[in-house]
Design a protein around this ligand. Structure first.
Ligand code: LAC
Length: 218
């Protein structure tokens, strides 16, 4: 059976911390804390809003909500122009260093590649175009069509139906351990891209495989 390689986008293929690194001078020593807080809040908003059935607010809007909360909590003043600049940079995120070669290798071997992401269709299209990776994927599936975020099972099911495959035919790669747990729960071959050497969790839904870099994929 030929597996279809399905990737999470932010944090797995694309580095989501670059937009704030571009404002390192203004953020000073709080850069890492602000960026981590912004990402954590973004994810919390996706889970809470999906769980509660809140009115739809897409990933771009929640990214900005998380950023503004992080700046307020850490007492950092970033001008409106700088916030707009940081948000624009989410449309030009670059892949982690090993990603382009890995994807090309998988494609050259006849692999089918796709993305399943919380990102909006617009954000994903822009970032993939900016990084020159767009042509490598047969499908880029955004949650926009569902108006629900991961870890809702419908999100993973949307990926399977768009690709016309059974869950067991999907190798799903994510750097987010919670996303790996959800993919495993949905029936995928789940691969945790643990670049940071994070401590394992969700012991009842273990990854089938753990890699330290996407270069080990395949
Ligand atoms: C995504 C986020 C969760 O791309 O990283 O879906």
């Amino acid at each position: 059976m030929t597996m279809v390689h399905v990737f999470d986008a932010y944090g797995t293929l694309l580095d989501p911390h670059a937009p704030l690194r571009a404002h390192a001078a203004a953020l000073g020593p709080k850069l890492d804390a602000v960026s981590a807080h912004a990402r954590a809040k973004l994810l919390e908003y996706t889970w809470v809003r999906t769980l509660g059935g809140f009115p739809w607010r897409d990933f771009r809007a929640l990214t900005e909500d998380g950023l503004r909360h992080a700046l307020a909590v850490h007492g950092v003043a970033l001008s409106e122009a700088d916030i707009a600049d940081a948000m624009a940079r989410y449309d030009a995120l670059q892949p982690f260093p090993e990603v382009p070669d890995t994807l090309r290798r998988l494609r050259a071997g006849g692999g089918r590649l796709a993305i399943l992401s919380n990102g909006t269709e617009g954000m994903l299209a822009a970032a993939l175009s900016a990084s020159g990776l767009a042509d490598l994927f047969e499908a880029v599936v955004s949650v926009d069509a569902l108006a629900r975020f991961k870890t809702a099972p419908e999100v993973y099911a949307l990926g399977f139906s768009r690709l016309g495959v059974a869950p067991g035919e999907v190798a799903f790669y994510s750097s987010n351990r919670w996303d790996v747990a959800a993919a495993r729960n949905a029936g995928c071959h789940a691969v945790w891209v643990n670049r940071a050497g994070a401590v394992d969790e969700y012991a009842d839904l273990p990854p089938h495989r753990v890699v330290r870099s996407l270069a080990e994929a395949g």
